[in-house]
Every structure is written in C-alpha cells, then in structure tokens.
Design a protein around this ligand. Sequence first.
Ligand SMILES: *[C@@H]1O[C@H](CO)[C@@H](O)[C@H](O)[C@H]1NC(C)=O
Ligand SMILES: *[C@@H]1O[C@H](CO)[C@@H](O)[C@H](O)[C@H]1NC(C)=O
Ligand SMILES: *[C@@H]1O[C@H](CO)[C@@H](O)[C@H](O)[C@H]1NC(C)=O
Length: 637
Amino acid sequence: MNHYQKVAEMYRSHPLSASLRSIRHRPYFRSVLYGCLLIASVYVLYSFVNPTYPVSTYSSFSRADPFSGDLAESYLPVDETPADVWRGRAKSVKLAFLHGYHGYERYAQPHDEIRPLSNDFIDNFNGWGVTMYDSLDTMLLMGLDNEYNRAMPFIEKTVFTLPDGEFAPFFETVIRYLGGLLSAYALRKDDLLLRRADELAEKLDHVFATPSGFPLFGVNPNGNVVGPEIGILAEIASLQMEYTALAKFTGKKRWWDRANTVIKALDKAELNKTGGMFPIRWNLTSAQPFDTHLSVGAQADSTHEYLLKQYLLTAKVDKANLIMYLRATTHIITELLFLSPKRHLLYVTDTTFSTNEHRGRPSHTFEHLSCFLPGLLALGAHTLPLDDLASLGIDLNDLGNESMFGISGEGYKLLAGYNLKSLHMWAAEGLAQTCWLSYADMPTGLGPDEMLMHTAGDDRWGKTVDGFKDGGGYLWMDAIEKWKASGARGAPPGVGDKTPVIYTETERLRGSGRARDYSIRKSGYLLRPETLESLYILWRTTGNNKWRDRGWKIFESIERHTKTPSGYASLRTVEVLPAVKDDDMPSYFFAETLKYLYLMFIDTDPIPLDKWVLNTEAHPLPVIEWSQAEKDTFHIP
Ligand SMILES: *[C@@H]1O[C@H](CO)[C@@H](O)[C@H](O)[C@H]1NC(C)=O
Ligand SMILES: *[C@@H]1O[C@H](CO)[C@@H](O)[C@H](O)[C@H]1NC(C)=O
Ligand SMILES: *[C@@H]1O[C@H](CO)[C@@H](O)[C@H](O)[C@H]1NC(C)=O
C-alpha cells in the first residue's frame, strides 16, 4: 500500500493544494515589451480572419417538434433579433476573448493564469501555461490565427516537469492540457500538438499504478505519484474521451487500454446500494464504490457526462456506456430532482444513504456546477432514440431488475412506461430554467456558486403521492397527466418560464426575502461556464431563441460587472452592486465560457453536435469510427 502516500487529509481539505505554487513577479521590462506588442496588435483586432477549419454543412433547425406528441411546445417563437445583430454579438464575444487573452499574454505568459486586478500571475496548474493550452481551440474556432501562432512556440517549448514534491493534478491536467492539445490538433492537424499530447500522456502515465487501473490524484513526471486509496469519482473517471482520441490519433493501443480499463471497471461496479448510479468515493484497489453519496455536482459531474459523451464519441457502438448513462439518468430523474415549494423551481441535489435507509437523504443544495446537467440531458434526448430504446435492444424494465436497491428498481419500471425523450427534455428545460433564474434573480445578472433550496416536506419531482407500492404514481406524472387532460398549452410542472425575483437591499441585508425559494450558500460568480453550456445546447437542440437571448443577457452582465483593464475577474458576490471583484481569471473562461457564448451567437455551427463531442472542458473532439485494423489491434469487439 505504500504507493498511496499519506496526503489524504491535505488533499481532502484542498484538492489543488498539491499543485499550488508560489506567485513570483516577472521582470518589469517584459511588461513594457508586451505593452508594445499589445499596441501593435490593436491594429489586428478588427481584421477578423475567416476560420480556416473545415465548416461542415449546416442544416437549419427543423421547426418540427423537438419533443414528441402533444406535449411539445407546438411552435417556436420567431426570432425578432436580426441576423446581423447576432453576428455583431458574436464579434463582441470575440473582442472579449481578445481583451482577456491579450491581458494574459502581456502580464502572465508563459505562466498559468493572469490575476486580472493586480496584473500578477499565478501558477496553479503545474505552471506549464494552462491558459494557452485551454485557449488554443477557441482561437481556432474564432479564427484568431495571430494569437494561435504566437502561442505555438510556447507550446513547443513547454517542459513537462515539476520540482520534486510537487504533483500535477491528473484530472485537471487531462481535461485542460491534454484535452486542449487534442482538440486543437483535431481542428488544425498540426503534428506538434499531437506530439506534445502523446508526450504529456507519457509523463502522466505513472498515475495508473493502482490495482484497479483508476488513476491516483496526482503525478510528478519524474515518476512519483500521490493520492489516497479512496479516490473521487470525477477525478478517476473523466479521462475516457481524451485517451480514446489520443489512441485514435496516435494509433497507440496503450492509450485505448487506459480508457477501456476505466470503462470496464465502471461497468462492473456494484451499484445495488445506490440505485444504479455512481457514488462519489471509490476504492482504487478494489475498483468498487466506497460510499453512497450521490451527486451530479462537484466531485462527480464529469463522470456522468462522459457516459453519454464516450458513447457519442465512439459513434454509438459502445453499449456499456449507454446503459450506464440510462441507469444514472433514471436514478437522477426519479430520486435527485426536486421542486421548490412556491415557485416550483426544478433543481437537482445530492443525496446520501444511511444504514437501513432505502432512499437517499437530500441536502437540497443546488450547485452552479450542476448546471451542466440540463445540457447533457438535452444532448441525450437529441442524439439517442430514448422514445424507442427497443430499437437498440434495451428494455428499461430489465435494467431495473438487476438487483437494484428497493425503490430505484420501481423507478425504472415506472419510467419504462413513459416517453423518456419527452421526460429528459422536460427535465432539461426545467433545470435550465432554474439555472437561468439564479442569474436573472441577482442584481448583477450573474448566478451564485451554490444555493440552498427551501423545502416543504418531500418534494421530489418524482415523489409518490400514495407510495409506490400501493399504486400511487409519481407526483409529476400525475400532474403531467392532469396537465395533458386539461388541454393546457405550456409546460409540465417545474418546466415553464418564470419571472425573476430581485430582492431589495433591505430584504438582502435582513435575509428576510422568502419569495425566491432559496437562500445563497456561496455567493461568488467564478466566471463558470455550466449555465451557458446548457443554454447553448438547449438553443442548438430546440431552436428556441429564448435560450440564446438569455445567453446574450449573461454576456452583457459579464461585460458590465467583471471586466478589468487586463481581463475579466471572478466576483466575490453576485448580490451587491457595484460588483466586488476577485483577483482571478480561470483558464476555463477562455476554454468554455467564451466558447459557448460565441457558438451560441454565430450563424454557422463549426462543430455540429452530431459530428463533434465536447470534453468536460469544452474541447471539441471529432466522432471516432474505428477501422477494422484498429479494432483488430486494439481488441475492440
Ligand atoms: C448487491 O450485489 C452483491 C453482489 O451481486 C450482493 O452480494 C449484495 O448482497 C447485493 N446487495 C444488495 C443490498 O442487494
Ligand atoms: C479497498 O479495497 C481493498 C481490497 O478489497 C481492501 O483491502 C481495503 O481495505 C479497502 N480500503 C479501504 C480504505 O476500505
Ligand atoms: C423485469 O421485470 C419486468 C416486470 O417488472 C418483467 O416483465 C421482465 O420479464 C423482467 N426481466 C427480467 C430479465 O427478469
């Protein structure tokens, strides 16, 4: 057991502390030099070069019902915003990217991130220049070849080493650095990018020194590894897409083996205590769950995401991932979704089972990080035959039979009787609505990082009225039946549009406001992408302009409240004006937040959802079809 070094406590208290490094000041003359470069580059600002990646044929939205039957929104609102206004908005996002990235180049390159208030820099992700790696594909999509070309010499020169005693956090390094390199390679086919990706994976490979083949928390390229025996779901199982793409691009079986080992371990795990869903903690020796804490937020999110996305990435042939996705979403929909008491806000929370409890106990926290879920559900509803699983030889009843624990098995049987496509789409719409309201309710127009939802008893979206066993139905199923019977037009419970509630300053100070149905746990806005990600996918999959109108409102708030002379800054709180900024601009702002905004506003989709799959850091990877030769070499059935 000695390869599990004793850092569990430190790691638990601060997952990134292993890699946090001191902040050093760079020589002043560099700033002056970059200042001159910046002035020069102002002239380039307005010369927007057309993208050089291959643009696939774009089919406009069918106005046909994205849902099914009579439950659909039967018409789509007409977009009153002219096309050239949308084009102007896309251009504004591109200018925002340039503003922030030029600040990084001027004050922080080749370090990890710029501190946008002090113009200092920070090396918080290995010090290899994470902002550059995370930004490459966004530059290519935006046609910013000058910035891309300026980054390439740095990418070429990065030395993937760390001082003794420091460790690269494997998960973050894979999704940001490896994902960034692979995606830029897919868009630009520059061999240097692939060479560096292959080399990086090589340097990280010691991390797999566990009996299960799940990675440890951290690795030093010198071969030392670090991390507790009990691993965190998102950190041990969010590498499948990157390693699959790396295997495809390099032709190396060993990278596919890394991905496949994780997929197989997940598939074999015993989930009868958690209703078929993966809990957060895992034993890296036995490859089995270690607790019963279920969440789609922090520490869990991207693993659920990669079930669907790995299936899509490998051209929908890998049924194991599909079935795991159906299990996870069935449990989420029946057990983790709740309605708030007054506004009927649909939200997703985390649950924990204690001994002898047949249902998880909800915490009623609702995290901004969970706001990727509506996008994922919409992507699934859009790409999978959820209303005809039989066509794939899948019966939800059977999935629920497999010694699932108590109530969840019932949930499968119940859902099996309904149109899963509509159901997933409603959940997506309702959740996205709440994520959006968490922005619209705030004076800054930006959403808090974590909320605590008010409750009134057991208000699961899928709660029983009279209990399962006595023929009672799920509350929302009943409500939907009634809603259907009434001939109502509009949305099922928890799904329709709602009016924002902005508290007065007195209500905020006294904490007396109740009308919102939630209180705020963590009031910062960390320039996070999840809500925009979901608005983007809902816009793409439904064609309903309301989603991108909201995206534009959020962008306006970002411009108004987070902009600094050298970039954009996280907010300490979204609840007060004028907004109070933090000295922090995470690299995902370039990789994800601005990319989703840009993709939402441009009129030609360069990475259609049926040809590209975005990793959890929004790095697009092309759908991969294995050739017969690859199947033979990699032993893919
Ligand atoms: C879960 O499955 C395992 C192995 O299949 C079995 O030993 C265990 O009793 C099951 N537990 C429950 C609660 O059904
Ligand atoms: C992890 O699993 C192994 C093998 O089953 C077991 O020996 C070990 O005690 C487990 N670790 C913990 C912390 O439970
Ligand atoms: C699963 O349960 C359903 C009814 O709940 C039953 O019709 C079906 O045959 C069962 N399947 C298996 C494989 O046992």
